[in-house]
Every structure is written in C-alpha cells, then in structure tokens.
Unconditional design. Structure first.
Length: 443
C-alpha cells in the first residue's frame, strides 16, 4: 500500500473531513505557489525580457522573440503531464506533487540569476529557455495531482465540482501574488526595476516553495488511490493505456480548453504589451487592474465550481464558453477608448468569463477518466491545450495586432477559440453525479 494511505472504511467521518480540509489546503496552497512562479515569468516577459535579452531587435520584434521563449513553457507542459501522470498513477498523488513543486520552484528561483544579453550575449536567452522549459514540465505535472488530491477525498458526488475548483483557485491567487510582487518593486526610480528590481520576486519564490513543501509533506494519500493499491489495480504503463483507451476524451479535453486558456493569456500576459505600446498606459495601472480582477476571481472560480454541482458540469462550462466568445469584442472596445476608467473595467471584467469555465473545468476533465488512469488522462488532456492555446495565444495576438493594427482581429481569434471549445464540450460526457470511486470506461 502507498505510504500514508489508509483505506476509507477504516477512517471515521470526522477524520475524513479533517483529511479533506488538509488535502484541499495543500492542493490550493501548492497550486498557488506554482502559478505564482509561472505567472511571474509571464508578467516579466511583457515588461522586461524583450529589452534585456533581445535589445538589438525592434520593440515589437523583441516582444515576439520574448513571447517565443514564454511559449516554450507551454510546449513543455504536456511533457510534464506524461512524466508525472505516469508516476501519479503508479506511486501516488502525494509523492508526485512534492516532485512537481520542487522542480517548478528551483527553476523559478534560478531565473533571478540569469545574465542579460550585455553580459553573455544570446546565452542569456538560451538559459531562460531551459529554465522556462523546466517550469513548464513542473506545471504540467502539478495540475492533475492537485485536482485529484482534492477531488478524490470528496465522500459524496454532490460537492465534487466545488471541491475540485479549489486547486483552480490557485490560479487567481498566484496571479494576484505575482502582480503584487512586481508592483511592489515598481516604485524603484529610473531603470532600477529593469536592472535588478524584476529579479527579486523570482528570488523570493524560494521561501514560498519551502512553505508549500512543508504543507504537502503532512498530507495523506487519497482514499481512492489507496483502494486501487489494496485491490492491486495499479496500471504498469498508465500513460500508454490511457492513450489506447481514451484518445477521444484526451483530445476533446484539450479542445474544450481553447476558449478558456487562449483568452486568459491574452488578458493577463499580452495585455502588458498592448497597453504599454498601443494604449500608452502605465505599467503600474495595468498591474493594479489585474490585481483587482484576480481578487474578484477568488469568488468567481469556486462559485462557478459550486454552480456546476447544481446545473451540471457541461452546461456551466458551455455558458462560460459562449460568454467568452462574445466578451472579446467588448473587451477591446473598452480598451480602445483609451480612457483609464474603461481600460480598468475591461481588465477587471476579463477574468469572469474565464472563471465560468475554469471553476467546473477540473471536475469536467478529471471525471472523464477512470481512477487508475485519471492522473495520466486528465493531465494529458488538460496540458495538451498548452500547445494549441496558452503558448501560442500571446504570439498569435501580437502577430494579429502587428498585421491588422486592431484589437478586433484578436477578438475574432477569441471567438474562433470559443466556437471550437463549444463543439468539443458538447461532445464530452457529463459525469456530474457519477460515482468516481468505481471503475468505468469513461465512454
């Protein structure tokens, strides 16, 4: 039996609730820390990296080059999903989550020490690319384990969407902390932020990793995985098996995420480029607006997960998809007024349509796979979207703006993503009330 795992039958209701709270806290805190690391890189890419690592390029070209390194992290995420999905289904959720936290944390910490173009020429950009790849591998393995650590402790089906949404809560929390950290050093005068101020938030991440590691070392393995071990139902090659048995669910999960992930990175990463170059809006104003948006997401993410328990996972997700497809045009209409109050409103509202999908998304995807293949299948389906959505989105947005000189071209791209996601979600099966402790084929 996996270390620390106790069969569910031997555990009292009070003890089960206690362990559920610990699992949810451990998943949420750990996910918050990892997303702080990931978003920190995203924010600094649009503000600093083009200037420090591609100074010979024109501003827009340098931005495209910086976002190309940024995209490497997304390409790496399915790699992390494959590696850690395998071990998550083989040795357990807890051990795998500790490994992902360590990998992500060390890679982020080392970004603080990467020399610039002036110091070591193009090798600075090469080092950033390697560390970004390692970040992506860590995040690629993190999501599936965090969601399952929470969801598989749920004793009933009635609250699974709400419980599984708490690791998703780590995204706005991480976004808030990352923006707050950058904003905290934006007061530096002259070029001091560009010279050294941007490095400090990366350095400070090592302390957050220590906190997350302490919390995760003190949780137990999930009852569902303990049951699989006790019944000798652990797959020898879970990643290969899930590709054989559930290729459709994996692909549909990836395409369902297009409308959630692509706009999110336009709203939270590309906005720094669009606002500072096109709208001539101060960096600190955008950081403050995103801080406000992420605080509101503290409510809308778990609320959307809770609502999906009432009206159904698919229905909630599809409502969010339609809302996102339409919101893109309103978003750029407000931005292009170039009026501070409307720019703030656009950014503040931008995460709500995303949260309507992101809240129920964890349960929607994870429920599509049976227990012994769930870490591998859910992770791979979720992270494959990084290649077609999250990674390319800022690049596509920058290229569309460079060609059309209009935000509405980017809004049309968001609408296209929404149409694809709506179709894919409609084809997924709804397991809102399914007993996931039992084996099923997911079809």
């Amino acid at each position: 039996m996996a270390t620390g795992a106790i069969p569910d039958a031997a555990r009292s209701d009070a003890d089960h609730r206690r362990q559920l709270r610990r699992a949810v806290i451990a998943s949420t805190v750990g996910t918050t820390i990892e997303w702080y690391d990931f978003f920190l890189y995203s924010i600094v890419t649009g503000l600093v990296f083009a200037k420090l690592y591609f100074p010979q390029s024109e501003p827009l070209i340098g931005t495209l080059q910086a976002f190309a390194i940024y995209a490497v992290g997304f390409i790496a995420r399915p790699v992390g999903a494959a590696i850690f999905g395998h071990y998550g289904d083989r040795i357990g959720r807890k051990s795998t989550l500790i490994a992902t936290l360590m990998l992500m944390g060390i890679a982020t910490f080392l970004v603080a020490f990467v020399p610039t173009y002036e110091q070591i020429d193009i090798w600075g950009a090469v080092l950033l690319t390697v560390l970004r790849f390692l970040q992506g591998v860590g995040v690629g393995g993190e999501w599936g384990g965090s969601v399952l650590m929470s969801m598989e402790w749920a004793k009933t089906n009635k609250h699974r969407g709400f419980i599984a949404s708490w690791p998703q809560f780590g995204v706005p929390a991480g976004l808030f902390l990352a923006n707050l950290a950058v904003l905290g050093f934006s007061w530096l005068s002259g070029d001091q932020f560009l010279v050294w101020g941007w490095r400090v938030p990366f350095f400070l991440s090592i302390f957050l990793i220590g906190i997350g590691l302490y919390i995760r070392l003190n949780i137990l393995e999930t009852p569902l995985f303990a049951k699989l071990v006790a019944e000798n139902k652990i797959e020898r090659t879970p990643m290969i098996e899930v590709l054989k048995r559930h290729p459709t669910q994996i692909l549909l999960s990836a395409f369902a995420r297009l409308a959630e992930q692509a706009p999110f990175y336009i709203f939270t990463a590309f906005i720094f480029t669009y606002a500072t170059l096109q709208l001539k809006t101060p960096r600190d104003f955008i950081l403050t607006a995103l801080l406000a948006a992420s605080v509101f997401s503290f409510f809308t993410v778990p609320f959307s997960g809770w609502l999906s328990d009432r009206i159904g996972r698919k229905k909630m997700y599809m409502i969010g998809t339609v809302t996102t497809g339409l919101f893109g045009f309103a978003y750029f209409a407000m931005l292009d007024t170039m009026m501070p109050q409307w720019i703030f409103v656009a950014i503040f509202l931008s995460l709500i349509p995303h949260d309507m999908m992101y809240g129920p998304q964890a349960a929607l995807i994870a429920e599509s796979f049976t227990g012994r293949l769930r870490y591998s299948g859910a992770s791979l389906g979720y992270q494959l979207a990084s290649i077609i959505a999250g990674g390319p989105a800022p690049l596509i947005a920058a290229a569309l703006f460079a060609h059309y000189k209009s935000g509405y071209a980017i809004a049309a791209y968001i609408l296209a993503c929404a149409i694809i996601s709506l179709t894919a979600t409609a084809m997924l099966k709804d397991y809102t009330n399914k007993d996931i402790s039992q084996e099923y084929d997911g079809k």
